[in-house]
Design a protein around this ligand. Sequence first.
Ligand code: MG
Length: 256
Amino acid sequence: MQIARISLESGPRYAIVDRDTDEYVVLAGDPIFQGLDTTGQRVPMRNTRVLSPIIPRSKVVAVGRNYAAHIEEMGSATPENPLLFFKPNTSVIGPDDAIIQPAWSNEISYEAELAVVIGRPCKDVPIERVDDVIYGYTIANDVTARDVQRAEEQWARAKGFDTSCPLGPVIDLDYEPSDVAIRSYVNGELRQDGRSSQMIRPVNELVSYISHAFSLLPGDVILTGTPAGVGTIVPGDTVEIEIDGLGTLSNELRST
Ligand code: MG
């Protein structure tokens, strides 16, 4: 099952994606907290605006340097432990929203990433119980001001600025993440072409590790690192990220 968040005249609503009829089945509430009761309303997919499927209430935790080929292209070293950083919830935007290039950066890069959505409060989760705390999976773009990342030891500004975390288009609740293709395109041209099986630490190890540092709450999002092929984009460029079974997340870069 896949969940989307859509914009209706009455406001943002969660919905089940019905691919048989190309409709959204509108839900009564937030599915993470209130389950999957429907209102009975069905909305055609066509001409319906899709929003970020989640606005994290507490945090986005991101993992750096989790693919060997990406570490190599950056000239970085493989970290002994997963390298963690935060992106604030104010960085989240949805499908087709514009990424706004800050005036203080001249080098914006895209990073295609598989994203995990947490479904229940948890802490110190053993690897073998990680599946129990995952709500589902979506696509993320870990947009990065690369010049600022190089210049500053902490990545808060380089990776946490407004619009630097596109998410969507859906959350898949039945997803098998261990070996799926993760691709990005800039203006239709293939740039990244990796597989989740190339992660140095797979999803279950990452979620367990992160939960030993931070309590995870429903709606928290974890970004699992990017494969090789990152590069600079300029205003007017459109980045599309495609992950098997999760659809395509598309966002254009615009100047301030
Ligand atoms: Mg990243």
